[in-house]
Design a protein around this ligand. Sequence first.
Ligand code: KIV
Ligand code: NA
Length: 265
Amino acid sequence: TARVRVHHLQQAKERGERWAMLTAYDTVSAAVFEEAGIPVLLVGDSAGNVVLGHTSTVPVTVEDILLLTRAVTRSTARSLIVADLPFGSYESGPQQAYETAVRMMKEGGAQAVKLEGGVRVAPQIRLLHEAGIPVMAHIGFTPQSEHALGGFRVQGRGAGAEQLLADARAVQEAGAFAVVLEMVPAAIAAQVTAELAIPTIGIGAGPGCDAQVLVWPDMAGLTGGRVPRFVKKYADLRGELLRAAREYADEVRTGAFPTAEHSFE
Ligand code: KIV
Ligand code: NA
């Protein structure tokens, strides 16, 4: 089967078919998600939290995302691979965004990039779009701005609804092929989805979006501690990995592993 393309996602919206996006940060999990039929994989800067051990996405560098994107693109051939532009790599202007996006495509092998913001990054989206680089936008709660937004908060409530709608219209008008809506009221997300021609991808944005995205270690139950309320856990990988690591360590201690079966004559 051929690679998923941006126009396939547009056609899915027109047919009313919902689809799932997952994050991916390494070659093994990316191959699993592609085999599962996930059409779009995001090399998210959530890697800052779930892979690199930072407490936010702010410290993530272009080199970090490039390294992970290369790992993901090497083991995939059908899923559309989107690389996140990290904090500080696109905000100063369209030229900076262009230079970072080109690296994600040439050095990382990504087929699209994602950046955070609406009206304020419309010039960046426009230049990338004109340069032939598919851009996914990300509005609502934007984790790179958590310090400005005052922490993890639902966006687009009350007077914020107008700003959210303005951001959604601005990114579509600038040429984004899709837009992530993070932590916005379900009714507003449904309204944006109905109004926009491009697909909306929700995370904590209710069931009315065209698509959904989750951070994979969260949805697979690998992340320790609390996960956000919008996460559904589809597995208990942390429990399973803990059991496997303990059993392995026990068997080495007791001499149950390795046996002749795992040895060479
Ligand atoms: O970095 C990320 O994982 C994201 C998704 C949650 C949309 O931006
Ligand atoms: Na991100």
